[in-house]
Design a protein around this ligand. Structure first.
Ligand SMILES: [Zn+2]
Length: 167
């Protein structure tokens, strides 16, 4: 993928949906996969695990990044499935490089599960931490299926909107 220090072409739609302007820009510096590009408007350093995360989005966008983004913005369940696929790879990369001990892997799991429920993703209601852990655990079991081709819509994930245990 090629990194561009610019906003993605659909940034207006992204911002309308997630109100990114409201987040602390020192803390949240989102990057965006769009086709073969990673858009990095805040010029943040992209660690390997995030590069691999964005590669998953790119692969699953295939030749239709615009259509993927439309669904990503409109559909909480689709967004969660897509993020789960990317976070699973993020977890794998971190474990490959820093997960020698069980304690290290436990910390990495916590880190990635916490990122999966980031407020940036705008799940309504917010995704509960325990649910994020459950999804990540499930995703790790299905890793091969998840990274190579899009899951059928709905997948095996329950819509967070219908999650009675969410806050
Ligand atoms: Zn992502």
């Amino acid at each position: 993928m090629i990194v561009r220090l610019d906003f993605p072409p659909n940034y207006e739609a992204i911002n309308r949906r997630f109100r990114l302007d409201q987040f602390d820009k020192k803390k949240f510096k989102p990057i965006f996969a769009y086709g073969l590009f990673i858009f990095n408007p805040h010029r943040t350093k992209i660690p390997l695990e995030l590069f691999e995360h964005e590669k998953v989005h790119s692969a699953r966008q295939g030749s239709n990044p615009a259509g993927w983004w439309d669904q990503y913005l409109a559909d909480d369940n689709f967004r969660l499935i897509e993020e789960l696929a990317a976070h699973v790879i993020e977890y794998k990369v971190l474990v490959d490089h820093h997960g020698k001990t069980r304690e290290a892997r436990r910390r990495i799991f916590h880190h990635v599960a916490s990122r999966l429920r980031s407020p940036l993703y705008g799940y309504q209601p917010p995704l509960h931490y325990d649910r994020a852990r459950e999804f990540l655990k499930k995703g790790l079991k299905e890793i091969d299926k998840m990274t190579t081709r899009p899951m059928p819509q709905g997948g095996t994930i329950t819509n967070p909107n219908r999650n009675p245990t969410a806050p």
